[in-house]
Design a protein around this ligand. Structure first.
Ligand SMILES: Nc1ncnc2c1ncn2[C@@H]1O[C@H](COP(=O)(O)OP(=O)(O)OP(=O)(O)O)[C@@H](O)[C@H]1O
Length: 315
């Protein structure tokens, strides 16, 4: 597996030869169907049913759905680890079954498969060698990824000593060792504490800022809402919803107004205006922060002032 970061070599064969190929479409699934069969060839499960979707360059795309809805099957089809029963998946304009395109993909699986007796440095160096990354580039990238995922203080410890959150971090660093253009993340925030979750979400957003395309599967809907531009919701192999998170979540028949330092008299006037226009007042109240914000604020304050109670507490 040879990896070269120069733009010219990172483009796929099709990108170079097919003038119709649109480089802004990183993933294209057309009628993608996967039926698992038993030893005798009899149909066991229709895991994915005629999936049509596109993932655009530079977006964070969320694949959602209850257990067994076909998310992992979709990821495996994109990686070429499974063959579709019918339809096709294209990645960077190449058929997903073409494994050479995986040189441009980083993959964080749900379960860690890393070698427990290697340190973080050794792990990343090992995967860097698999990608044939030249020694100097490899050394630099290993150190910069370790820093990026916040494992500098633990970089010489064996992975068997790592907590679940640390294992997730080294998993992400491993997925990025080849400086991929497309990053597939299966449950990236599972097992992380709220601070680790925030950092992981920031790292995912940073990947988008760097121009990478991210596809993530997650059951943690709050995390998906925080980072994803678009989502697809699968149910028993069928695509049930596809669209931009902000427009899917917009409640179009309600209006919300937020103001600071508004006196009680003005609030009364607003109530009157709503009444005059025939609207139903749902509530005039102080907005609430999120539990995540409160938790992070307390952790940050505790770091700055060890031993003291956080400022926001009133009981
Ligand atoms: N190797 C396999 N052989 C037979 N059936 C399988 C196989 N892998 C997955 N399935 C079935 O295909 C369906 C979709 O599974 P898949 O793992 O893609 O779902 P998922 O959405 O990733 O679920 P989860 O959220 O639990 O990870 C399920 O009914 C599952 O039992």
């Amino acid at each position: 597996m040879a990896t070269d970061t120069s733009e010219s070599k990172k483009t796929s064969k099709l990108e170079q030869t097919n003038p119709d190929y649109d480089p802004n479409i990183v993933i294209e699934a057309q009628n993608l169907t996967k039926i698992y069969r038993d030893f005798w060839g009899r149909q066991k499960v229709r895991a994915l049913n005629a999936l049509d979707l596109e993932v655009k360059k530079g977006e964070i795309f969320g694949l959602l759905g209850p257990n067994g809805s076909g998310k992992s099957t979709t990821i495996k089809l994109l990686l070429g680890l499974l063959f579709p029963t019918s339809g096709r998946a294209m990645v960077f304009g190449e058929n997903a079954t073409e494994v050479t395109k995986n040189e441009r993909i980083g993959y964080l699986p749900e379960e860690s498969y890393l070698y427990k007796f290697l340190t973080a440095e050794e792990t990343l160096d090992f995967y860097g060698r698999l990608f044939d990354i030249p020694s100097e580039v490899r050394k630099e990238r290993v150190q910069s990824l370790i820093k990026q995922v916040g494992l500098t203080n633990a970089k010489r410890r064996q992975l068997r000593e790592y907590s679940k959150g640390m294992t997730r971090r080294i998993g992400l660093a491993q997925a990025l060792i080849n400086d991929p253009d497309l990053v597939l993340l299966d449950e990236p925030t599972s097992g992380l504490d709220p601070l680790g979750t925030r950092e992981m979400k920031d790292m995912i957003l940073k990947l988008r800022d760097e121009g990478k395309t991210v596809v993530m599967c997650s059951h943690l809907l709050g995390d998906v809402q925080d980072v994803c531009d678009r989502i697809a919701i699968l149910y028993q192999g069928d695509l049930k919803e596809l669209g931009r998170v902000d427009s899917l979540l917009q409640v179009s028949d309600e209006t919300s107004i937020r103001a600071k330092n508004l006196p009680e008299s003005a609030q009364e006037e607003i109530r009157e205006v709503i009444k005059r226009h025939g609207g139903d007042l749902i509530g005039v109240e102080n907005p609430k922060s999120t539990l995540e914000e409160l938790f992070l604020q307390i952790v940050r304050e505790s770091e700055q002032r060890p031993g003291q109670r956080a400022s926001g507490s009133d009981s």
